[in-house]
Design a protein around this ligand. Structure first.
Ligand SMILES: NC(=O)c1ccc[n+]([C@@H]2O[C@H](COP(=O)([O-])OP(=O)(O)OC[C@H]3O[C@@H](n4cnc5c(N)ncnc54)[C@H](OP(=O)(O)O)[C@@H]3O)[C@@H](O)[C@H]2O)c1
Length: 326
């Protein structure tokens, strides 16, 4: 599927090369100032936590955002102790309407100048579209897309006010292909990729570099592990969160747009670009169709979630509309 193909020439070398490193000298240009912070959503675990640690290793102060009761305080403490940077955290549900605004106000109140925004918090599924509840669909779209867009919008002015800023949005290899049994997830990640690319073009003269991280199977938690096993993806495609984070931060600081960790995944991406549509469709069906139901969505989530629902009056009017239109 050749739908989106930004800065192909510039990134071609990078796409095939695993060995992109930011040297200490090169990095000096991007040295954080004493008061600047990198904000990482979903920083309590998985890829987000690994990215936060990697940024701290580079000397950036870090702000972590995740749901309550996710051990965020302990993560903040360990990063502070290990890397000697400033770390603060906020427990916040980003999937509710005022979540992104709360994060922004928290930064303003504390005079945290954010110059790196990592939109990482996200949620996936592996089950038929029909079997998802309205709340689950709404929750996934709210977290994967709406929160990411609104948070970026909130911080736009602050990012522009820094000499050099970065936005790193976490998409997926699923950004590039519609997938049966991952219909909502793949569509939300496709949105992330498209949005990031457009934003990059808008902001390229404003000192803000926008990147999109598109990893494949990263064994971050039990649910992802179970899902990956069910898709029977070869072990050689799987990566650990630390390797993904190292690659993500290095490439982001280099100003690369599309970041696909792992040569195998870059190969799959390239293959999808050249294969006929029917062949890709066959492959996707082979991999993702006919799978037993997923139990890893909110509801089965270990933490108490405030799953956003439509306001009663709006819901009522939709029901009435549905009844009228049959
Ligand atoms: N793992 C993979 O194979 C893979 C592949 C491609 C892309 N990705 C993407 O990478 C990102 C991170 O995934 P991951 O595997 O690292 O997942 P993870 O381990 O479940 O981490 C997700 C993070 O987001 C937080 N979070 C979830 N819902 C939230 C909410 N409503 N408000 C605020 N924070 C919330 C989680 O907090 P809790 O601790 O409360 O859960 C956690 O810190 C996601 O966008 C995912 O789609 C992952």
């Amino acid at each position: 599927m050749n739908q989106l193909n930004p800065d192909t020439k510039n990134s071609r070398k990078a796409i095939w090369s695993e060995s992109i490193h930011v040297t200490a000298d090169e990095f000096l240009a991007d040295q954080p100032t004493a008061d600047s912070y990198a904000l990482v959503t979903g920083g309590s675990s998985g890829i987000g936590k690994a990215i936060a640690r990697e940024l701290a290793r580079h000397g950036f102060n870090v702000l972590l955002v995740a749901l309550p009761e996710t051990g965020l305080e302990a993560v903040a403490e360990s990063i502070r102790n290990e890397f000697g940077v400033k770390v603060d955290y906020l427990n916040c549900n980003l999937a509710v309407a005022d979540g992104p605004e709360k994060v922004y106000h928290w930064c303003r109140l504390n005079y945290y100048a954010v110059n790196i925004l990592v939109n990482n918090a996200g949620l996936g599924h592996l089950c038929s579209f029909e079997s998802l509840s309205h709340d689950q669909i709404h929750y996934m779209m709210a977290l994967n897309n709406e929160a990411l867009v609104m948070l970026t919008h909130q911080f736009m002015h602050m990012l522009k006010n820094q000499p050099k800023s970065y936005v790193l949005n976490v998409g997926s290899l699923a950004s590039f292909e519609p997938m049966p049994n991952k219909a909502i997830y793949a569509a939300t990640k496709s949105f992330v990729y498209s949005f990031s690319w457009a934003l990059r073009m808008e902001l390229e003269d404003e000192g803000i570099s926008v990147s999109c991280l598109c990893p494949s199977g990263v064994l971050t938690n039990q649910q992802v592990q179970q899902r990956t096993e069910r898709i029977s993806i070869s072990k050689s495609f799987q990566m650990d969160a630390e390797t993904v984070a190292r690659k993500a931060v290095n490439c982001m600081l280099k100003g690369q747009f599309r970041i696909i960790p792992g040569w195998q995944n870059r190969f799959v991406y390239r293959l999808e670009q050249v294969l006929p549509e029917e062949a890709v469709k066959w492959l996707m069906k082979k991999l993702f169709k006919k799978l037993p139901p997923d139990t890893s969505l909110p509801g089965a989530h270990p933490h108490p979630l405030e799953i956003p629902t439509l306001p009663k009056d709006k819901h009522q009017s939709l029901v009435e509309e549905e009844a009228l239109t049959g």
